[in-house]
Design a protein around this ligand. Sequence first.
Ligand code: FAD
Length: 154
Amino acid sequence: MAAERITPLRGRLRSRVRLAPYTSWHVGGPADRLFEPENRGDLLAFIAQQPADEPLLWIGLGSNLLVREGGFRGTAIVLYGALEAYSRDSATTLRAEAGVHCARLAKLAERERLAGLGFMAGIPGTIGGARRRQHRLVDARTLWHRLPRGDSTA
Ligand SMILES: Cc1cc2nc3c(=O)[nH]c(=O)nc-3n(C[C@H](O)[C@H](O)[C@H](O)COP(=O)(O)OP(=O)(O)OC[C@H]3O[C@@H](n4cnc5c(N)ncnc54)[C@H](O)[C@@H]3O)c2cc1C
């Protein structure tokens, strides 16, 4: 039988990490595990190594997240500070990773003279978090990286 190849992780994986510092309200108990990927490839490698039934909690800037004192039984994945690449893809398209702060994308749009994203300047969250909340971003035709789990938007 062929040996399974495991890609070494470059990000930080820790056990029993309090989630309070990762939320704006600074409350909340520990996650069983917390992973902070170094980049998108690292995140994909990590996800591929997880059991299919592992509960995942995606965390952006934590501005719209309340964690109970009992914490989270599963793996929390923090994208802010990790998946932060963004670029102009075409005349009308910006591409952003899930951890990009909304205000940064608004600034990029302004710099690139693209209209329609000015409202994002006041949103205190990441693209992934905002997308999760189904804001007007879809209308703005922002492209999202799709992560390999059904519910994982970015
Ligand atoms: C003071 C304040 C002002 C605001 N003003 C505006 C406004 O003017 N206009 C507006 O549209 N919105 C506004 N919002 C809402 C804002 O859009 C969200 O709070 C923010 O986008 C959430 O992003 P976050 O990175 O902080 O998400 P988090 O708080 O980290 O997460 C929020 C939810 O999204 C999930 N999530 C996070 N990242 C991902 C991901 N990559 N994939 C899948 N799920 C994910 C989390 O699991 C959680 O369920 C405001 C919020 C606050 C607190």
